[in-house]
Structures are given as C-alpha cells and as structure tokens.
Design a protein around this ligand. Structure first.
Ligand code: NAP
Length: 280
C-alpha cells in the first residue's frame, strides 16, 4: 500500500486569505475598516506566540488587530467588562478571548459577554447552540477548518463514518455538529471510551482532537482511512507535534494532515474570514 497522501492546509489557507484580503480592502474603501480585538490575560509564552501570529496574519489581510492585554492577574469581572465594552464598540467587528485564563475566570462564563455577531471563534454558548440548531452562527474556527480541509481535498462525507476523538466545546463537539450537517455518521470518543482502537478502526475518517501526542497509531486506523490531526502539542525542543503518531500511521492511512501545516493555517485563515464577514 502506498503511504498516506499529505492533506496540506497551506493552499486552502492561501486561497482563503486572498479572498479575505479583497473583502477587507472593499470594507476599508467603504469606510468600514475591519478590526479584530484579542483579549489576553496570561503570561503564557505559547499563547503570546499564537496571538502575535494572528496579529501578523490579520495585518497581511488588511485587518486591524488590537491586543487587549489585561495581565495574568486580571479578574473575571474586569475581563467581562472589557468584553462587554468591545461588544458595544462599533469600530470592533470581531472579538477573541484568548486562553489560558487566570484562576477564577472560566471561558464558558466569560464568552457569553461576547456579542454573538462579533463572536468570530464561536466561543459564546449562544453560538454553539445556534450551530446545533442549524441557525446562522460563527463556528469555532478549528472545527470549521476540519470540514473545510476535508472538502477542499474532495473527501466525501455523506454517509461516511467519522470518528471524532475529543469532545471539547471548542473542537470536538462543534466538529461533530458540522460533520453531521455534512451527512456523515459521527461517533464522538473521549477519555472514557473503552477500546478506542476498536471504535476509530471502524471509521472512514478519524479526527484526532485530544491534545495527546502520539495517541493515534496504526492500530487506531483502518487501512486507507483519512486522518485529520487537530492536535498541536509543544515539544520540549520548541517544536510542535500532533495527536497522531505520523511514523506509524503514514504507511497505513489513505491520507493524513501534517502538523504543522494542516489544520492550523486553515484555522487562522477562517478566523480572519469571520472578521470580514462580521464587518460586512
Ligand atoms: P481539551 O479541551 O483538553 O479536550 C481534549 C478532549 O480529548 C477531551 O474531550 C478528552 O476527553 C479527550 N481525550 C483526552 N485524552 C484522551 C484519550 N486518551 N482518549 C480519548 N480521548 C481523549 O482540548 P481541545 O481544546 O479540544 O484541543 C485538542 C487539541 O487540539 C489540542 O492539542 C489543542 O492544542 C489542539 N487545537 C488545535 C487548534 C488548531 O488550530 N490546530 C486549535 C485549537 C486546539 P474527556 O472529555 O473525557 O476529558
């Protein structure tokens, strides 16, 4: 069997960025320059790196990005007030609340202060509820990126069995909802799923979103199946690895997303597309 096809996210991300740049330019010309606000309350270095990379990507697309750093000791009340203020600010079109948050501040509680129309990373529980009810809403960009990558590479979803490993509110659950909407038969697995390889091994598509490096091996994947690796796990050497043990899965799977260069770039590109959509 030939080794897995690499499902790169770079080409799709570039096409999305091109479209977003044109839409951002039209908005700016019309006197409504698109603006994203990222609220930060952590000294975590990988989070700071991620926020800077979003700001750089936004600038390249012609989207202004304000980083509102309230410091690692910010209270939940101060964070909520800032999110409410930004929700009212007519010059701001998209709002992201960056994690991790200080002790005593929970994303699920605070995200309800983000106006759903500006909730470009689908963090407000109202957005998830609307997604579940098939009403217009911003989906979390990572979950949307999973489906966008599969569709971009022409992978059929109707009637296919997809196993999603992970049930978080930001990735696993919304990804499962979006896949259901594409008529896939979806199984959602989590840390209490007994015999994970038996479940994922029956799937046509495996979506790994557990945050556990190397969790998914050849034993979890049916020969020829498609594997989407959402995991972004920092290595002690300063690199990044996914949830999939690529050395074991590559000779066995039909297709596999690389980490980095798979889901990640598409996620950022979709986030920025959401900002122009919100501004429009
Ligand atoms: P999370 O909130 O920690 O959720 C992890 C999920 O995986 C939980 O549902 C957990 O089950 C499940 N899980 C953990 N260990 C498992 C195991 N051994 N077997 C089966 N299920 C297991 O993480 P998250 O925020 O969803 O993120 C998941 C991964 O995606 C992380 O690596 C994160 O860095 C990455 N991520 C990537 C992007 C991107 O743009 N590429 C964006 C966001 C997140 P329980 O519910 O039972 O605990």
């Amino acid at each position: 069997m030939s080794p897995a096809l690499a499902l790169s996210g770079k080409e799709l991300a570039a096409a999305l960025r091109e479209e977003t740049t044109a839409r951002a330019a039209a908005l700016t010309e019309g006197g409504r320059p698109p603006r994203l606000a990222v609220v930060v309350a952590t000294a975590d270095e990988s989070s700071a790196w991620y926020v800077r990379s979003i700001a750089r990507a936004a600038a390249k697309c012609g989207i202004a990005c304000d980083i509102r750093d309230l410091g690692p000791d910010a209270s939940a009340a101060a964070l909520r007030a800032e999110l409410a203020r930004l929700s009212e600010d007519e010059a701001v079109h998209g709002i992201i609340l960056q994690t991790p948050l200080p002790a005593g501040a929970a994303l699920e509680d605070l995200a309800s202060a983000i106006a759903p129309g500006k909730d470009v990373d689908g963090a407000n529980p109202v957005s998830l509820g609307r997604l579940a009810a098939r009403l217009p809403a911003f989906a979390p960009a990572t979950a949307e990126a999973v489906v966008a990558l599969l569709e971009h590479h022409g992978i059929e979803l109707t009637g296919r069995h997809v196993a999603v490993v992970g049930r978080s509110t930001v990735v696993g659950k919304p990804a499962a909802l979006l896949l259901l909407d594409r008529n896939a038969t979806v199984t959602v697995c989590h840390s209490r799923t007994p015999d994970l390889p038996a479940v994922t091994g029956r799937a046509d598509v495996v979506v790994a979103a557990a945050g556990r490096p190397g969790l998914i091996t050849a034993a979890h994947v049916r020969p020829g199946a498609v594997v989407i690796d959402v995991g972004t796990n920092p290595t002690p050497e300063g690199g990044l690895v996914g949830d999939v043990d690529a050395a074991s899965v590559t000779p066995h799977a039909g297709a596999l997303t690389p980490v980095p260069g798979g889901v990640g770039p598409v996620t950022t590109a979709l986030l920025l597309r959401h900002v122009v959509q919100a501004a429009e």
